[in-house]
Design a protein around this ligand. Structure first.
Ligand code: URP
Ligand code: ZN
Ligand code: ZN
Ligand code: ZN
Length: 471
């Protein structure tokens, strides 16, 4: 149905202005003052911002990991995402060595198809390069619309790929229009340090952080940047947690290497001391890379402000405290890595970033939506409030004060990583392709309404479409 949102303040990555937004058949068809249509439903957004729907470029929904499976799947995970103002997720499709990439993609379609309440796409993990994989990559880009590939430099004997694989993935992706993403930590050294810690009798969650220090992330980030320079290719470093990694990304960018960096809310507001919480509560804060000493937070905020880091992913990867995180009570290496962030990603950035003057309102939109749309081949269909774009819109109350808690979140996981945190701002209503998913803070969407997004090749938004210029 045709809808017009009135009285809202539109915020894009470039502009902030008062205007009405009209949408028909899921697409924004007009933006302007005093839009009228007798057949349209009128939505009053007085006192609210209108943001482009958030794009979360880093989620793990229904993912087997650490001997268990993430608690939130494509249904509960995307419901939480929608409550938080996110209307698109790009999830990591895991592959198995020796099996066709197509099989993994089918598995991920089966996990998501009738469950997602918002639109979604996939990144594809590459853990080995052989003739079959080399043949499949161009087909995956062209036919599946998967234009980003993930290489893990850590999790030895599980996901980790060697440097030769990373090199060839960079080279191959570049040739066919793909962007390579890396989890940058030195998995071999971590393997040694964790074994040594256990031998010395150190089993507590804090040893997760102490056995993967920032230097280990900095080293791997620098190595990935160098291989990117050598192959003249494109790199996106996920979940950057520390100064050591920011420095390597900045150094490479200053040399003209095409490197992008993402950080996550947890690294901006939580720190290493959270891992020392008593009664094994520290396990709730086990991520890889780990939470860092507090001084790294200022470096990350500054990198967002100055553009050395460009996106905010959630790295949503939730495990219950009871029964899942518990697996590592006697051995920190058995604590499943990851946490529930998808729902709070945008509000934490708004509250801690915009409200505290660390970033501007327009940077907030760029970081949570527009830049990801551009990097991952979704722009301008997603990532903006513009005529012709999908009507993915968040009506956001910038002044409401609330407290984050597992009591009030909409994920199924049994704790919140941000329990008790005071924040300002909340999505009131969220539209996905012109239909309400959240209306007046109530979920009104439906599992299966989310559409799979075939994405364009890397760099598509930079290619000027000369055929559309007037002559
Ligand atoms: O601890 C994390 N980050 N869990 C999810 C998997 C990954 O490395 O992104
Ligand atoms: Zn990772
Ligand atoms: Zn330090
Ligand atoms: Zn991740």
């Amino acid at each position: 149905m045709t809808k017009i949102i009135k009285n809202g303040c539109i915020v894009t990555a470039a502009d902030t202005f008062m205007a009405d937004v009209k949408m028909e058949d899921g697409i924004i068809t007009a933006i302007g003052k005093n839009l009228e249509d007798d057949h349209a439903e009128i939505i009053d957004a007085k006192g609210a911002y209108l943001f482009p729907g958030g794009i979360d470029p880093h989620t793990h929904l229904d993912m087997p990991f650490g001997g268990t499976v993430t608690k939130d799947d494509f249904e509960s995970g995307t419901i939480g995402a929608a409550y938080g103002g996110t209307t698109t997720v790009i999830d990591f499709c895991l592959t198995d060595k020796g099996k066709p990439l197509s099989e993994a993609i089918s598995t991920w379609h089966a996990k998501s198809k009738d469950k997602a309440v918002i639109d979604y796409g996939f990144h594809l993990m590459i853990s080995e390069i052989n003739d079959e994989v080399l043949q499949e990559i161009p087909r995956v880009i062209e036919e599946e619309g998967i234009s980003s590939f993930k290489v893990f430099m850590a999790y030895k004997d599980v996901f980790q790929a060697d440097d030769g694989t990373l090199y060839q993935t960079l080279e191959t992706a570049k040739k066919h229009g793909g962007l390579v993403m890396v989890h940058a930590e030195n998995g071999d050294v971590i393997d040694y340090l964790t074994r040594k810690a256990l031998e010395e009798g150190h089993t507590d969650p804090i040893y997760h952080a102490l056995t993967r220090p920032p230097e280990i992330e900095g080293e791997a980030t620098g190595r990935a940047c160098q291989l990117t320079a050598l192959t003249n290719s494109h790199l996106y470093v996920v979940h950057v947690s520390c100064q050591d990694a920011v420095d390597k990304i900045t150094e490479a960018r200053n040399k003209g290497v095409d490197v992008w960096g993402e950080t996550c809310p947890q690294y901006l507001v939580l720190d290493q001391s959270d891992l020392e919480k008593p009664n094994f509560e520290g396990a709730k804060y086990v991520w890889s890379p780990p939470l860092r000493e507090k001084h790294h937070q200022d470096v990350l905020w500054n990198a967002l402000k100055t553009g050395q880091l460009q996106t905010i992913g959630s790295d949503q990867c939730s495990f219950d405290f009871k029964g899942q995180k518990d697996l590592g009570r006697d051995d920190f290496t058995k604590i499943p890595n990851g946490g529930p962030i998808i729902e709070d990603r945008m509000t934490i950035l708004f509250s801690e970033g915009v409200k505290k003057d660390r970033i501007t309102l327009n940077q907030f939109v760029d970081l949570t939506s527009t830049r990801a749309a551009k990097l991952f081949g979704l722009y301008p269909q997603k990532g903006s409030i513009a005529v012709g774009s999908d009507a993915d819109i968040v009506i956001y109350d910038p002044n409401v004060e609330r407290v984050l808690s597992a009591e009030t979140h909409h994920l199924t996981v049994d704790y919140s990583a941000f329990e008790g945190m005071k924040v300002t701002g909340e999505p009131v209503s969220v539209l996905s392709r012109g239909e309400f998913v959240i209306r007046d803070k109530q979920f009104v969407g439906r599992a299966g309404n989310g559409q799979y997004l075939k994405r364009e090749k890397y760099g598509s938004e930079r290619r000027i479409k000369t055929e559309t210029l007037p002559v």
